[in-house]
Structure formats: structure tokens, C-alpha cells
Design a protein around this ligand. Structure first.
Ligand SMILES: [Zn+2]
Length: 443
């Protein structure tokens, strides 16, 4: 990049942020401010309007807006897939709408409506010379991230998804699901217990990653040592959830547990070093699992992580204003509602029925059955609205996804475009137009 070109970019970035700095910038900080526009998509999988409201009440109360809702622009996205049969999306089709800007049938992960290969936003970012990253609080090979970094015909092809990331050269890969990266006879670095079970892969993909120049982390110490530019961290997934489900397990004492907000902070450190900017997709999968299992306690834990991740990113944006953050969801899960504990002194019955109360994957029987006296099932509350004496419980209508619109909030360049109601493919359109730098294309 010529000195003249760099100066022009710095001026643009600073002007768009409404800030004027005269001289005194070191070359490094000028580069950081000029980079981009970078884009971060943060998906709370299954996080519909009622989930966001419950998280606000329980974690932040009525006086302080939770970080994900304190972003300056807000709107709604529809979630309907391009499916001949279904009105309700799965995560694969939901994330594919963001990744390629087209509605596709459920189960499709990053491919076009007829299974054809099309460039994803991650491909476009790579083409622009940007760094790319995928971060998850659960398997990094999950459908949402695969839709961007490893298009496959079936979301369950997790080993193929891991190979696809390496083939594409995604720079930062942080999350869980170690078992898909090691061959079947190799236990990997994390003890095989609970969810992180015996290896299921057919190749040593960790060795392949290291040969390709990736640094590799498997616990807090090795994670802290990562410096990039290419890094793979396969750390304990869903550890917060597990602590509510496995007797004697405490995630705060697990050396393999790296909190999602730490994953995001490190990803920003590494990706932010590229003066052409970066593209990062972050998913909280635990919100969706909690919805499928009607487990509002775990939903609150996952929501706490989502807000902590947003906080890390908004802090980063203060020094790096040319970063667009989009916080949304691929769909709602569970048909969750917020209800009073009682009506005129009578308990509000929970409408959970046997057929509607799913058996969690870690249990043998439903864990959240309605109580005979109308009491609140243990995983549905009651929850106190922070800073008040008011309490609420949650109720669910399905163990599946629902078709409601989902909130989207945003901050940074082009964030204002998320005001209003749009199809979910709009995420793709705003990002590509931001990168095209063609204001005449804007509405
Ligand atoms: Zn789901």
C-alpha cells in the first residue's frame, strides 16, 4: 500500500467516525483505524424476542439496557427458509441466508437453493484479502459457522466441515468439538467424558492444521499463547451448561474451559492485525440447546455469555470504529413466553405437556415436567427481575424452532440500515454493499 493510499483510508475512517485526530499517530495505529470495513456477525442461536427480553429482565433489570440491546440501531429479520415444505427454518438454512443472500431449503449449509456452490461472505472477505474467523461456544463445526466456512450438503458432516475450514484456510477457528478433529483411536487433548466423547474423525486434522501453519490450543495456557496469524483452539465446549448437568463438574475449575468472551477477545487481537480488515462469525449455540430442552436456567447462562461477547466487541469498536457488529439469531427456539407467577393469587399453570417436554440429551426422563400443584418446573424459574421484587417464569410451546421474526441490533458502519423489518438475506446484502463501497446501491 502506498503512503498516499494509506493516508486517504485513515481520513475516511476517521471522518466516518466523526473524530478528528491531527498527527501523532504511529504507523501501526493508523493502520488499525484504516482497516476494513471489518464485519462481525454474532448469532445467539434460537434467541427470539422473548429470550432477549427475559435476559434483559433477569441479568440487567429495568434501568440498564443489556449490551446487545444497547447497540444504536435495531430492527427485525424474518426467518422463513426457501423450503418447498416448511415454514420454520433450521440453523443451516438460516445461516445460509446470511452467508449467500439466498433463501434455501432446510439442511442446506452454505450451498445455493439447488445445491450449487456459491461464494459465501467468508469467501468474499478472503477475496478482498481480509482475515477470517469462526468462533463458537460449542462445536466450531456447527451448521451456522459451516454455512460460511465449509459449505456441505448435510450439516451433520462435521469431519468434512473441519476439513473444509482447513481447505479454505479460515484464519481463526475457536470452539469445541475436538472429537471431529482426531482419528477414532486418538482421544485428543481433552479427557473423554460427558459431551466430549471418543473421537469420531478419520484423519488427524489437528496435525494437518499444524502442518498448514496453524498454532494449536487445547486449554487456557496454550490458548493464552496464541498469537496468529493462523490459530486453532479446540477447548471445552458448553462448559457452563455442563456445570448445571453433571454432578461435581465446575467449569471455573476446568483448565480446558475458555470463556466465550475470551475466545472473541483473542480472535479480535489476531484478526485485527490485518490492515485489510477481517470478517468474523460468532455463534452461541447453547441458547438453542436450552430452548430445545426447555431449560431457561441454561438459557440465562448462555445469554450472559452473549452479552459479555458483545461488551468485548463494543470496547474494541471504540478504538476501531470501522467495524460493523450485527447481533441477531437464525430463529427462535421453543416458543418461549414470559409469564406471571400467579393470576389473582392462583398459580398460572405451565402448559408443558408430556409430549412437549423434551428429554435432554444428558438425561433419561424429561426434567421440566409441570408440577401437580401448578408450581413452576425447576428449569422454568421463577426468575427475579434484577433490582426489583418482581418475579416471572417462562413457558414453552414446542421443543422445536418457531417461525417468529427475530430482533437484529447493530453498531458501526452501515448499522443504520438494520432499522425496519427485512428478510434474513438482508444481512448478506448490507455486508456486500458495505464492502462494495457503493452508496448508490443503498436504500
Ligand atoms: Zn435448534
Amino acid at each position: 500500500m502506498s503512503p498516499h493510499r494509506r493516508t486517504a483510508l485513515v481520513t475516511t475512517a476517521l471522518t466516518s467516525a466523526g473524530v478528528l485526530i491531527l498527527g501523532g499517530c504511529s504507523d501501526t495505529s493508523s493502520t488499525a483505524e484504516a482497516a476494513g470495513p471489518s464485519v462481525i456477525i454474532l448469532s445467539g442461536d434460537g434467541m427470539g424476542p422473548q429470550q432477549r427480553t427475559a435476559l434483559q429482565y433477569y441479568l440487567y433489570g429495568l434501568d440498564e439496557r443489556q449490551p446487545m440491546d444497547a447497540l444504536p440501531y435495531a430492527g427485525f429479520l424474518d426467518t422463513i427458509p426457501g423450503d418447498p415444505e416448511y415454514a420454520v427454518t433450521d440453523s443451516a438454512a438460516g445461516a445460509t441466508a446470511w452467508a449467500i443472500g439466498q433463501k434455501v431449503p432446510n439442511g442446506t449449509t452454505g450451498l445455493g437453493p439447488n445445491g450449487e456452490s456459491v461464494p459465501t461472505l467468508l469467501d468474499v472477505a478472503k477475496e478482498r484479502g481480509m482475515s477470517t474467523g469462526l468462533v463458537d461456544d460449542h462445536d466450531v463445526t456447527n451448521a451456522t459457522l459451516a454455512a460460511f466456512g465449509a459449505p456441505v450438503p448435510d450439516r451433520d458432516l462435521k469431519v468434512d466441515i473441519a476439513k473444509g475450514y482447513l481447505d479454505r484456510g479460515v484464519d481463526v477457528l475457536f470452539g469445541g468439538g475436538e472429537k471431529y478433529w482426531y482419528p477414532a483411536d486418538d482421544p485428543g487433548k481433552i479427557p473423554d467424558e460427558g459431551e466430549d466423547d471418543a473421537s469420531e474423525g478419520d484423519t488427524d486434522l489437528v496435525a494437518r492444521a499444524r502442518d498448514a501453519g496453524y498454532q494449536y490450543a487445547f486449554d487456557q495456557t496454550t490458548f493464552d499463547g496464541l498469537s496468529g496469524p493462523k490459530a486453532l483452539a479446540l477447548v471445552q465446549d458448553s462448559a457452563k451448561r455442563r456445570s448445571t448437568e453433571i454432578d461435581g463438574y465446575d467449569y471455573t475449575r476446568d483448565p480446558h474451559y475458555v470463556a466465550p468472551e475470551r475466545l472473541v477477545a483473542k480472535a479480535l487481537d489476531i484478526l485485527g492485525a490485518n490492515d485489510k480488515g477481517f470478517f468474523l462469525v460468532v455463534e452461541s449455540d447453547d441458547l438453542d440447546s436450552a430452548g430445545h430442552e426447555h431449560d431457561a436456567q441454561n438459557m440465562m447462562l448462555a445469554g450472559e455469555s452473549v452479552n459479555a461477547m458483545v461488551q468485548v466487541i463494543t470496547e474494541y469498536q471504540k478504538d476501531h470504529p470501522n467495524v460493523l457488529l450485527i447481533v441477531t439469531a437464525d430463529h427462535e427456539t421453543g416458543g418461549m413466553t414470559i409469564e406471571n407467577l400467579s393470576d389473582d393469587g392462583e398459580p398460572e399453570p405451565n402448559s408443558d405437556q408430556v409430549a412437549d417436554d423434551p428429554v435432554p440429551y444428558w438425561a433419561k426422563v424429561p426434567e421440566n415436567m409441570p408440577l401437580p400443584d401448578g408450581g413452576v418446573p425447576k428449569r422454568s424459574g421463577p426468575f427475579t427481575i434484577k433490582g426489583t421484587d418482581r418475579r416471572f417464569k417462562v413457558d414453552w410451546t414446542t421443543a422445536e424452532h418457531t417461525g417468529t421474526m427475530v430482533p437484529v441490533t447493530a453498531a458501526g458502519p452501515s448499522a443504520e440500515r438494520f432499522t425496519g423489518v427485512h428478510p434474513n438475506t438482508y444481512v448478506h446484502d448490507v455486508v456486500t454493499e458495505l464492502w462494495d463501497g457503493t452508496p448508490e446501491n443503498r436504500e
